[in-house]
Design a protein around this ligand. Sequence first.
Ligand code: M6R
Length: 364
Amino acid sequence: ERGGFEHFMMKEIHEQPTAIKNTIGSLVSDKAIDLSKIELDDETIKNISNITIVACGSAWHVGMASQYVFEELSGIPVRVELASEFRYRGPILDKNTLVIVISQSGETADTLAALREAKERGVKTLAIVNVVGSSIAREADYVLYTLAGPEISVATTKAYSCQLVVTYLLALQFAFVRGKLEQKDYENYISEIERIPECIQKILDDKERIQWFASKIANSKDIFFIGRGIDYAIGLEGSLKMKEISYIHSEAYAAGELKHGTISLIEDGTLVIGILCQDNLYEKTISNMVECKSRGAFLMGLAPYGRYEIEDTADFVTYVPKMDKHFIGSLAVIPLQLLGYYVSVARGLDVDKPRNLAKSVTVE
Ligand code: M6R
């Protein structure tokens, strides 16, 4: 049942190229995105004044990464909220707000309650869900399914990746319908998204390097993931993967925020993982890595191929294929999933069923 893999998590990591391809295939044909199946018509898309994305855990991280893509491509202001906070905050919503809820299981109690709150307030709701027929899928006005297939491992991988891709396609379609993108650019972006599965496969083919590095750092006490923009959002996910299955304390920090407090935790040998996949932010984040290094940090860098100068700063580097800045997060997250996995295995832990956690959180 684990398809020859030792754990479901590794099996699911390897299923990502196919899961993403299937998910893209369900929404795209002939270089065009089709939302007519979910009856989200162009008039409704044109009228959206703002978007609020609500979710928990990794699904919230998808929201965090996608806000950059939505805002940059479509120009629609986006807010990303934890479902457990949204509910009690009395959020300001207007009749042209679109609330997007993201959930693998479709049963997360706080996300479901947030969806109900939005509906009660008369706001349009769109759900990105993996489990067909789940409560969230049944109750939302519009539903987009991720075609990840059943996800068994508590730590999400393939559902997260499929959710991310669905948000890219939504953002692109919103941008196109609202006249923010030329036909040619729209098609080019779609082609770029269609490259994601093969690029992920390339990263997976090189996984032994990550395994080797994981064995070196498996006894770390603390790990810091730093980055800016989408890189920061990917760091949030990398950090959660690490802590939930390896039980190593880790934090994701917006790189520029480190010196406002957290840098005092860096001591000799502390592992700092810098995510440097956003070209325009590279110099800024590298300078934060240098600051950590001068306080004794041990540095791992994650960057696109071609950024070889990173080796002057980082002690260990992992490269991912080059890709448009909006979508490269889908590649950057893969080595971090692998790292969390291999550290957990090296520590002899129960990878698929980490302590204190449940696959679906149906209590508040
Ligand atoms: O089923 P959902 O997507 O609503 O679940 C949300 C979170 O509980 C989930 O993403 C959790 O953070 C994962 N265990 C992370 O790997």
